[in-house]
Design a protein around this ligand. Structure first.
Ligand code: GLN
Length: 185
């Protein structure tokens, strides 16, 4: 997982729970040694700044043309094509548009119950200053919605969640991403 900013350590724990080797990626060199990349939650503007400072913007885009990338919350914002509230540069790896901090300032975080497609039980979804996915392109598929908005979306080898699957103690969504890595190999 990308380990520049945000809650990458919790993703490491969830990945190990799901049976994978978790590697912290901070350079293009390290990126070239992994089979998939998780971009964690955190603060997308700060993460983008660090990605640019480390010269990782183009390497991540190129990586995503061959390998699976999973973005959660801030990571989903970075993977999107269109970003609003406010707008910022993004990787365009998923054909979705997102609105940042879209649940409003009053409700900073909330917990919902979801039953994503392909998962046989309910999951707890933790939303923290989450974006809302406002547009889903024709190539993308919604795997779960919450209050009518898509919250888990896949497009080919890529996956985004507007919530934090690494914080629920259930590694099903990480397993789903590992399956994508397996299929892509
Ligand atoms: N609000 C953050 C942003 O816009 C995302 C929050 C999160 O990742 N939990 O970058």
């Amino acid at each position: 997982m990308l380990a520049l900013q945000g809650d990458f350590e919790a993703h490491g724990t969830a990945l190990r729970l799901a049976g994978a080797d978790a590697v912290e990626v901070r350079s293009a060199d390290q990126l070239s040694g992994v089979d998939g990349l998780i971009i964690p939650g955190g603060e997308s503007t700060t993460m983008l700044k660090l990605i640019n400072e480390e010269g990782l913007f183009d390497p991540i885009r190129l990586f995503g043309q061959r390998r699976p990338v999973f973005g959660t919350c801030a990571g989903a914002i970075l993977l999107a094509t269109g970003v609003s509230n406010p707008s910022q540069e993004s990787l365009h790896l998923m054909d979705i548009d997102v609105e940042r901090n879209a649940y409003g300032r009053q409700v900073d975080s909330r917990i919902g119950q979801l039953r994503p497609q392909g998962i046989d039980h309910d999951l707890e979804a933790v939303f923290i200053r989450a974006p809302i996915i406002r547009r889903v392109g024709p190539e993308a598929q919604v795997l779960a919605s919450y209050e009518g908005d898509p919250v888990l979306v896949e497009q080919g080898r890529h996956l985004v969640a507007t919530f934090h699957p690494e914080l629920s103690g259930d590694s099903s969504i990480h397993k789903l991403f590992l399956e994508k890595i397996g299929e892509n190999a």
